[in-house]
Design a protein around this ligand. Structure first.
Ligand code: FES
Length: 87
């Protein structure tokens, strides 16, 4: 489990092990565009301000991952206890 702080909404969302970040955000009323839910389409790309995503998608490039400024909430998780994002 980890938590996501949605900086521009002032909302903190807990992401339990059995839920994706996208599901947790949607449950909290945060709208993120999505389509494939498998980490391939790119629809759900979300800005990361702090923390290190655990990238599990097949969409972002190595350069994207190195910049550490976005992640795909439909399938990726977090290596840090908290991710701060902007939607
Ligand atoms: Fe397609 Fe996340 S919904 S990559």
């Amino acid at each position: 489990p980890f938590e996501i702080v949605v900086a521009n909404r002032g909302v903190t969302v807990q992401v339990p092990a059995d839920e994706t970040a996208l599901q947790a955000l949607t449950r909290a009323g945060i709208d993120v565009m999505w389509s494939c839910e498998q980490g391939v389409c790119g629809s759900c790309v979300t800005a990361v301000l702090e923390g290190r995503p655990d990238h599990r998608d097949q969409y972002l490039t190595e350069a994207d991952r190195t910049r550490n400024d976005c992640f795909m909430p439909c399938c990726s998780r977090s290596l840090t206890p908290r991710l701060v994002i902007e939607v």
